[in-house]
Write a protein that binds this ligand. Structure first.
Ligand SMILES: *[C@@H]1O[C@H](CO)[C@@H](O)[C@H](O)[C@H]1NC(C)=O
Ligand SMILES: *[C@@H]1O[C@H](CO)[C@@H](O)[C@H](O)[C@H]1NC(C)=O
Ligand SMILES: *[C@@H]1O[C@H](CO)[C@@H](O)[C@H](O)[C@H]1NC(C)=O
Ligand SMILES: *[C@@H]1O[C@H](CO)[C@@H](O)[C@H](O)[C@H]1NC(C)=O
Ligand SMILES: *[C@@H]1O[C@H](CO)[C@@H](O)[C@H](O)[C@H]1NC(C)=O
Ligand SMILES: *[C@@H]1O[C@H](CO)[C@@H](O)[C@H](O)[C@H]1NC(C)=O
Ligand SMILES: *[C@@H]1O[C@H](CO)[C@@H](O)[C@H](O)[C@H]1NC(C)=O
Ligand SMILES: *[C@@H]1O[C@H](CO)[C@@H](O)[C@H](O)[C@H]1NC(C)=O
Ligand SMILES: *[C@@H]1O[C@H](CO)[C@@H](O)[C@H](O)[C@H]1NC(C)=O
Ligand SMILES: *[C@@H]1O[C@H](CO)[C@@H](O)[C@H](O)[C@H]1NC(C)=O
Ligand SMILES: *[C@@H]1O[C@H](CO)[C@@H](O)[C@H](O)[C@H]1NC(C)=O
Length: 266
């Protein structure tokens, strides 16, 4: 059911650019995004590169079996550690596609780097020469938001916070949650009537670390994107997103209501 949003939106976006140039305004998070090591390059044909290649091939083949996996490859000093996480609502087949895309993007965006992480629409892929598996890391979170704002920001912020707090408790402390939670609550606005939110942690960290990661992500989203109709926090150890449409059920962003929101570009 889930489609790559970047692909499925290409045609509407091209039309929008042609017809209404100011619709650029509406553009949202368009992955990939990355954090690369700086400096720190591995040499061509080195042991590190060989281990890296095997690691990524191993991760990629696991992606058709499971939505989360960590592993390492190689010996001693040149051992490479890797991990991927697909959002839990994504099928194994789409997870595999996403990791294959991420493994191409990570090479293109962080060529020869000894550590890197890339976030795609449905997944994140990370590797390093240091063993990061099982270690919470909340540094360098990236936030992405939609430039369109809600009409009642104060009420919205409250609902976003409560909703994310509720979901975080489930993801972090409910052993049946798989460290993943989604939920919808009513929120009436000029352009929508519901709020849909998702949180997920890497399954290598503990429940209490998951909670720490999501609390930081909530802080980031409330501090930086609380007026926005949709936002996501990209973190090494967890992930958070909210929208006014059911993205985790495979829905895509609705066409903007030109009567209510279109004043700026008509
Ligand atoms: C790397 O290895 C390949 C195949 O063994 C070889 O063709 C290529 O010239 C090597 N490149 C460098 C920079 O050593
Ligand atoms: C994955 O790793 C194993 C060793 O752990 C190795 O034998 C195998 O060839 C690797 N798979 C791929 C596709 O590289
Ligand atoms: C991942 O793949 C390896 C082989 O590369 C296999 O031994 C392992 O069971 C797989 N793990 C999961 C969780 O799918
Ligand atoms: C790891 O070390 C063993 C024994 O020294 C060697 O046989 C093997 O090829 C090495 N593996 C890698 C991936 O370097
Ligand atoms: C990175 O690797 C590519 C081939 O994999 C090579 O052509 C390039 O020179 C390398 N760059 C650096 C900075 O090592
Ligand atoms: C988090 O990850 C970055 C990049 O890998 C690393 O430089 C930093 O030391 C890590 N921080 C912690 C607390 O592990
Ligand atoms: C949304 O609100 C933020 C913060 O008040 C403001 O900087 C931004 O320009 C607004 N965006 C639009 C499209 O009005
Ligand atoms: C979000 O809710 C938590 C728990 O109720 C509260 O401690 C925090 O201050 C709230 N954050 C904001 C920005 O309102
Ligand atoms: C949060 O959880 C409380 C207690 O279960 C519930 O009453 C409330 O409606 C929830 N709020 C949101 C916004 O999810
Ligand atoms: C779009 O705007 C019109 C006119 O203001 C309103 O009647 C309609 O309910 C809006 N549609 C949505 C989905 O909000
Ligand atoms: C994002 O939010 C955090 C608080 O969680 C704050 O420290 C940071 O400065 C904010 N970033 C920007 C660009 O406003």
């Amino acid at each position: 059911m889930a489609h790559y949003r970047s692909v499925s939106l290409i045609i509407p976006f091209l039309l929008a650019y042609l017809i209404l140039p100011s619709l650029v305004y509406l553009s949202h998070a368009d992955p990939p995004y990355q954090l690369c090591s700086e400096p720190g390059y591995y040499a061509v044909n080195s042991t590190f590169q060989n281990n890296y290649d095997n690691l990524v091939a191993n991760l990629s083949s696991n992606a058709s079996l499971s939505n989360f996996y960590s592993t390492s490859y190689g010996n001693n000093t040149y051992r490479v550690y890797g991990q991927y996480m697909c959002l839990n609502y994504v099928s194994n087949q789409d997870c595999r596609k996403c990791i294959d895309l991420a493994s191409q993007d990570i090479l293109r965006l962080c060529p020869n780097d000894t550590e890197a992480i890339v976030w795609e629409e449905f997944c994140q892929l990370r590797y390093s020469g240091q063993d990061f598996i099982g270690h919470l890391n909340i540094t360098g979170n990236i936030w992405k938001d939609n430039v369109m704002n809600v009409s009642q920001p104060d009420q919205f912020k409250l609902v976003v916070n409560t909703s994310l707090q509720n979901l975080s408790k489930v993801a972090a402390f409910d052993p049946l949650s798989d460290m993943y939670a989604t939920g919808a609550v009513e929120f009436k606005d000029a352009s929508a009537s519901m709020l849909y939110a998702l949180v997920q942690c890497g399954r290598d960290i503990s429940g209490s670390d998951c909670n720490i990661c999501l609390q930081q992500a909530i802080k980031d989203v409330l501090a930086n994107c609380s007026f926005s109709v949709g936002a996501r926090i990209l973190s090494r150890s967890c992930y958070l997103r909210y929208e006014q449409y059911a993205f985790y059920e495979g829905k895509t962003a609705p066409e903007p209501n030109q009567t209510t929101q279109g004043g700026k570009f008509i």
